[in-house]
Design a protein around this ligand. Structure first.
Ligand SMILES: N[C@@H](CCC(=O)N[C@@H](CS)C(=O)NCC(=O)O)C(=O)O
Length: 336
């Protein structure tokens, strides 16, 4: 009996593993990538009135579709709340989660996620009304703070006040929309979220000039796309799509010059564009997988600039997100 049970258990585990190791095939058979995104955050994930999605995370999903289908539009976006995003990925409702999500140890382990990299190094900040006459988060003792549930933001807020022996009244909301509205209506002294979110939400306030962002950054928020545990090939694909975008910026390969770059004799560029080696095939894709990404979506710098940087309404500095060869953090392993 025990032997039969053991064999059955083994068969079940094997079946589950081979079923979960099918994401690329499932996506190809379906003909579309299901991507979990933020549906309300300018710069990261937001559909317009015509249903056209834009954002840094949105462009990442489009880059994965470009690499697989040679068509960046083969993506169906599922708008996910902070609370529901992990279940959507775990249950298979989406193939990929790209929703300003912080990489933390418990999400990486007990929630069963694999983070493909950090596409935006962020940190948590505070916004207050200028009329409050506060210049530092350390002056917020006793303040009421509007915050969103199901986020690292909520946890960091408590830690920050506790570690500085300050009292806080947290007022929590299920969505950023509600939290920002409540702050704007004067229900809280401060609003807290990732600094990138503060730039985005500020644009929605009735009088954005009446508010200031305080200088303190109270946490590390490495944001990145994630997949489910259990499918290494899919994890590799999503990781290398991101690395290709970073490497392209480093090699000065852009959506504008990619057709010229395909003819390059530089060995590093040849490996990138697939005129040397079979790096695309090793991923389960085609030789020109990286060319497709850059041609149809762009390199990391182009994507950053148009969604959150100088070319966007948010105008966020590259800051920590500049490349390593400019002395900062963004760095990708080589294609070889
Ligand atoms: N990076 C943090 C926070 C992510 C988060 O959900 N931030 C809020 C505030 S910027 C948000 O995106 N809300 C959008 C919404 O609820 O529509 C995390 O992963 O927990």
């Amino acid at each position: 009996m025990n032997r039969i049970a053991a064999v059955l258990a083994f068969a079940l585990i094997f079946a589950a593993q081979s079923a979960s190791a099918q994401t690329l095939k499932t996506v190809k058979d379906r003909g579309i990538l299901n991507c979990g995104a933020n549906g309300t955050l300018a710069g990261f994930g937001l559909p317009d009135a015509q249903g056209k999605w834009t954002g840094l995370d949105v462009d990442f999903c489009r880059a994965v579709a470009a690499a697989i289908f040679n068509d960046a539009d083969k993506v169906k976006f599922a708008p996910l709340s902070a609370k529901d995003r992990f279940t959507a990925l775990q249950s298979g409702e989406v193939d990929l989660l790209a929703r300003n999500t912080t990489w933390t140890s418990s999400r990486d382990t007990s929630l069963g996620l694999n983070f493909a990299g950090v596409d935006y190094y962020d940190g948590q900040g505070f916004m207050v009304r200028k009329a409050l006459k506060v210049n530092s988060a350390l002056e917020l003792n006793g303040a009421s703070v509007c915050v969103q549930q199901g986020t690292t933001t909520e946890l960091n807020l408590t830690d920050f006040f506790r570690s500085h022996n300050m009292a806080v009244k947290t007022v929590t909301f299920a969505t950023a929309n509600e939290a920002v509205k409540a702050y704007d209506a004067g229900r809280c002294d401060a609003y807290t979220t990732d600094a990138s979110g503060l730039y985005a939400e500020r644009l929605r306030l009735a009088n954005s000039n009446d508010h200031i962002v305080l200088p303190e950054i109270i946490s590390k928020e490495p944001l990145g796309p994630a997949v489910r545990h259990g499918d290494d090939q899919w994890f590799d694909i999503v990781k290398w799509v991101f690395f290709a975008m970073i490497n392209a910026e480093e090699l000065n390969i852009t959506s504008k010059n990619i057709d010229e770059m395909v003819k390059s004799t530089n060995p590093e560029i040849k490996r990138f564009v697939g005129t040397e080696g079979n790096y695309g095939e090793q991923l389960g894709l085609t030789k020109d997988w990286a060319v497709r990404i850059i041609k149809l979506v762009g390199n990391y710098g182009e994507v950053f600039d148009r969604n959150v940087g100088a070319g966007s309404p948010l105008k966020i500095e590259r800051g920590l997100n500049k490349l390593w060869n400019k002395g900062v953090i963004q760095y990708a392993p080589p294609i070889r």
